[in-house]
Design a protein around this ligand. Structure first.
Ligand code: NDP
Length: 340
C-alpha cells in the first residue's frame, strides 16, 4: 500500500464513487478528477455519508483536453482510469464515444508515464470481450477473448471500450514503459447506487421498477456487483501479479429475466411492475422499429453465452456477490433514494 494519493478519473461516476469509497475505507488518500468542480462537491457529500472524506481531494480534467492532467498526476501512487462515456443509446456521431474513450485513455496514460506513476488500472468492460462472436459458440468466454470491433452490429459503445483497451495495451507494450498496467473488465454492473447520479446500468433497473417493459428481451447478461468491481480495482492496484492482467469482473452470466426475478422476490409490492416473463423476439424487433435503445440489443437476441473467469478468481482471490443479492440491492437503493 502506498501513502501517495490514488487518482481516480471521473469521480462523479457510479463505479468511480464506489472505488473511492473502497480506497478511503482501506486508508488510501484519493484524488478524483471531475469535469466540473461542482460534481466533486456532490461526490464528496455522498461519500461523507459512508466514510471519512478528509483524505479526498479533487481536480478538474476532461478526457478531451490536455489541460489539468499533469497537475492531476503529480505525486500520485497509482491511477484508476474509470472515466469513459456510457450512454443508453447510439450517439449520432460515434466519435462522441471514441474520442474520450480512446484518445482520453492515451492522454491519461501519457500523463501517468510522464509523472512516473508506477501503476494504472483501467476500467474496461465485458463489451470488449463478448462482442461480434458467433451465436452458436458454446465455449465460455474467458480472459483471452476479444470483441471484434468491426463485426456487423457492433455498437459505438462496444467499439469505444474495445478500442480503448487495445490502445492502452499497445501503448504500454510499444513505449517500453515500466508502468504496471492491468484492466478490470466488468459485466453489467448491479449493486447499490450511492446517490442520484446513477449511471446507465441503474437506469435499466429503474425502468424495470417503473414498469417500462412488459417483459424482458431474450438476451443474456454477464453481471457483477459494483462493490466487487471496486474491490477488484483495489486488488489490481495492490496485486503482486505481473503487469498486463486482464481481470474479468463477472459473478454470473444469465438471462435478463434472472435479474428481474430476484428483485420481484426480495422487494415484493415495491417491485410489482418488474416483469416476470420473457418477450418473444419478433416483438422486440417490432419495438426496435420505433425505439433506438431496443435496436442496440437486436444483435444479442437469443445469444446464450457462458463466462469462465476462474483465472481472475484465483489471481485476485475473489468470491463474487451473487445476483440474488446484487440485483435487489440496486433496486432497493433506487427506491430508498426515491428514484423510482
Ligand atoms: P457513469 O456514467 O456513472 O460514469 C461515467 C464517468 O465518466 C462520469 O464520471 C463522467 O463524468 C465521466 N466522463 C464521461 N466523459 C468524460 C470526459 N470527456 N472527460 C472526463 N470524464 C468523462 O458510468 P459507470 O460508472 O457505470 O461507468 C464507469 C466506467 O465503467 C466506464 O468506463 C464504463 O464503460 C465502465 N463499465 C460500466 C459498466 C456498467 O454496467 N455500469 C459495465 C462495464 C464497464 P460526468 O459526471 O462529468 O459526466
Amino acid at each position: 500500500m502506498t501513502d501517495k494519493p490514488i487518482l481516480i478519473t471521473g469521480l462523479s461516476g457510479f463505479i468511480a464513487k464506489q472505488c473511492a469509497l473502497e480506497l478511503l475505507k482501506h486508508g488510501y488518500s484519493v484524488r478524483g478528477t471531475v469535469r466540473r468542480m461542482a460534481k466533486a462537491d456532490e461526490a464528496r457529500a455522498t461519500l461523507a455519508k459512508y466514510c471519512d472524506t478528509t483524505k479526498l481531494t479533487a481536480v478538474e480534467a476532461d478526457l478531451l483536453s490536455d489541460a489539468g492532467w499533469a497537475d492531476a498526476m503529480e505525486g500520485v501512487g497509482g491511477v484508476l482510469h474509470v472515466a469513459s462515456p456510457f450512454p443508453t443509446g447510439e450517439p449520432k456521431d460515434p466519435d462522441e464515444l471514441l474520442r474520450p474513450a480512446v484518445d482520453g485513455t492515451l492522454r491519461v496514460l501519457r500523463a501517468a508515464v510522464a509523472a512516473g506513476v508506477p501503476r494504472v488500472v483501467q476500467t474496461s468492460s465485458m463489451v470488449a470481450v463478448i462482442g461480434g462472436h458467433q451465436h452458436k459458440r458454446t465455449k465460455p468466454f474467458d480472459e483471452d477473448d476479444w470483441t471484434d470491433a468491426d463485426a456487423p452490429g457492433i455498437t459505438a459503445y462496444y467499439r469505444s471500450k474495445t478500442l480503448a483497451e487495445k490502445a492502452a495495451r499497445d501503448f504500454v507494450s510499444t513505449t517500453g514503459t515500466s508502468l504496471h498496467f492491468s484492466t478490470v473488465n466488468p459485466g453489467f454492473v448491479l449493486g447499490p447506487v450511492l446517490d442520484n447520479d446513477i449511471g446507465t446500468s441503474a437506469e435499466v433497473i429503474q425502468m424495470l421498477l417503473r414498469g417500462k417493459y412488459p417483459g424482458t428481451p431474450r438476451i443474456h447478461f454477464a453481471v457483477v456487483d459494483v462493490r466487487d468491481v471496486a474491490k477488484m480495482h483495489r486488488l489490481a492496484l495492490e496485486s503482486a501479479e505481473p503487469s498486463g492482467g486482464r481481470y474479468v469482473a463477472v459473478s454470473e452470466a444469465l438471462r435478463f429475466l434472472d435479474i428481474a426475478l430476484p428483485i420481484r422476490r426480495e422487494l415484493g409490492r415495491a417491485a410489482r411492475k418488474v416483469p416476470s416473463r420473457e418477450l418473444p423476439d419478433f416483438l422486440i424487433r417490432l419495438i426496435a422499429l420505433f425505439d433506438p435503445t431496443a435496436r442496440t440489443i437486436l444483435p444479442d437476441l437469443g445469444f446464450k453465452f457462458r463466462v469462465d473467469n476462474s483465472r481472475t478468481r484465483r489471481a485476485l482471490k475473489m468470491e463474487f456477490i451473487p445476483v440474488a443479492e446484487s440485483a435487489p440491492a440496486m433496486a432497493s437503493s433506487l427506491i430508498q433514494l426515491s428514484l423510482v
